[in-house]
Design a protein. Sequence first.
Length: 299
Amino acid sequence: MSWRDGQRALAIVLGLSLLGDKPTAVVTRHHHHLVGGVGLLQLPEECQFIILEMLEWHGRVLSWKPKAAGGRPCCTLGGLLQLRKLHLGNRSLAGSIPAGLGHLNKLTALNLQSNRLTGAIPSELKWLVNLQELILSGNQLAGSIPAMLGELSKLRVLNLRGNQLTGAIPLKLGELSNLQVMWLNDNQLSGSIPVELAKLTKLEFLGLSQNNLIDTIPSELNKLQKLKRLWLNDNKLTGNIPDSLGDLKNLVDLNVSFNQLLGVEESKTALKKRLPKHCKLTAQMHELTAELTEQPSSV
């Protein structure tokens, strides 16, 4: 049996859907277990897209193994050099994110949301130069947000909400000129809201709520003219709500509740005159019940 025939046979055994010579999807009804540091699931390098029903991830499973013995490209996930999209959300994955994923530099989407991942976000992800979507929400990731994420110039979606991330929001994130969605809410972030975020002129969704952010709301956020949702609630922000937020003519949801803001009622009255009529403005005090909007499930 030739190497190609062997790969095609392996693809059939694993439930690969083949279009021509290239597998396009992996495993829709089967469960596969990867244990220790050895990948029991080995896939040909040409895989373009992979979605697993269930993957038990223990230790260093997604290790970087570019070639098997004999020089043939027969690899674990970390060696699928042509992989474009990796969706492993809601699969009960545990442990840390493997640094070897940084070698998949053709990835356009990496989705590991709603698992039990721990540890820091690996700095090796800076090598994913084609990445457009990075979704790590709903895990237990800790440490600071790596500044190097600001080097992912093609990134459109950055979703890190619902983790245990600490430290300041990196100023370098203001260099993500193509970013449309930034969810950093429900973490333990501290420090000020960087003025540099005002450079993200394509941004439509900005969620910074439920952190420990301090200081004033930057008036420069009025430069985000495409912004539709701005959530700053449940922080420790001070000062007044900037009148300049009234310049955001596409805004449909502004929430600044549960902070330490001054002149809230006066600011609400002034902003309601300037914001679009369809915009929901929520600026409640601590003694009131918060009014939160459900976040879009698509990101």
